[in-house]
Design a binder for this molecule. Structure first.
Ligand SMILES: NC(=O)c1ccc[n+]([C@@H]2O[C@H](COP(=O)([O-])OP(=O)(O)OC[C@H]3O[C@@H](n4cnc5c(N)ncnc54)[C@H](OP(=O)(O)O)[C@@H]3O)[C@@H](O)[C@H]2O)c1
Length: 220
């Protein structure tokens, strides 16, 4: 056993759920903490589920972990406003990142997005880029930023906009051959695998892992 603890935020989502499952199966960690706003329905000897109100940081200020996995996020439609979106896709992750760092965390592993760019004119991509930048400036030993394309997997909720992209990514996958391969849809399980594998390498510094590399890491 590695005697390491992982923290996951966004553990009830498509990528987060898969990440949590794989973390529990991984020999890299002997303890996994999931910080959620509603109780998880899974039980595991390694798992601790801390149910918190993310607007009350004092509820999660004492958590001591080695590696933080962030798969938290929403959509502007679901959040209702740009400010509410930014709260979930920037402010809460930063709050967790700062508190975990203050308690000794070494690695932060972020699910960002293809096209993330702090200078983008598109609010979504700009927010993702701003989070990447802000996290990179914290004094983590390692920041791993994963930039997937459209996520593939069994999403419980229906999202019309994404459904079109997913149809193209899944049914017309032959379009994403050769130089276009780097744009193909990213299966959530493969992304989780790549994140945990990369975190196990214990590299230092800030590393951006683009969509194409996610496949290379996971499939190696
Ligand atoms: N969808 C795509 O195709 C795509 C593509 C590229 C990148 N991404 C990014 O990848 C990440 C993971 O995406 P995903 O599709 O796996 O996400 P998801 O299924 O929508 O899950 C989002 C997670 O964030 C949590 N969350 C949302 N709003 C919250 C709030 N106000 N307070 C606390 N927790 C909250 C959810 O908790 P609850 O279950 O409690 O709501 C859930 O655990 C996101 O950052 C997303 O932007 C997505």
């Amino acid at each position: 056993m590695a005697n390491k603890t992982a923290l996951v935020i966004g553990a009830t989502g498509l990528v987060g759920e898969e990440t949590l499952k794989q973390l529990l199966d991984s020999a890299q960690y002997d303890r996994v903490i999931a910080l959620t706003r509603r109780p998880l329905d899974i039980k595991h000897a390694k798992l601790e589920n801390a149910v918190v109100d993310f607007d009350k940081p004092e509820q999660y200020s004492k958590i001591k972990v080695d590696d933080v996995y962030c798969a938290m996020g929403t959509t502007i439609g679901k959040a209702g406003s740009q400010a509410a979106f930014k709260r979930v896709d920037y402010e809460i992750p930063m709050q967790v990142a700062k508190q975990a760092l203050a308690n000794g965390a070494a690695q932060f592993i972020l699910v960002s997005s293809m096209g993330a760019d702090a200078k983008s004119l598109v609010f979504y991509s700009r927010t993702k880029g701003e989070l990447e930048q802000a996290l990179s400036q914290l004094k983590y030993k390692t920041v791993l930023i994963f930039r997937p394309s459209i996520l593939l997997g069994n999403r419980k909720e229906h999202r019309t906009g994404e459904a079109v992209g997913r149809f193209v990514a899944e049914k017309l996958s032959f379009l994403f051959a050769g130089p276009l391969a780097k744009y193909r849809g990213t299966p959530a399980d493969l992304l989780a695998k790549a994140m945990i594998k990369e975190a196990g390498k214990n590299v230092s510094g800030v590393h951006i892992i683009e969509n194409g590399e996610i496949f290379e890491i996971a499939e190696k």
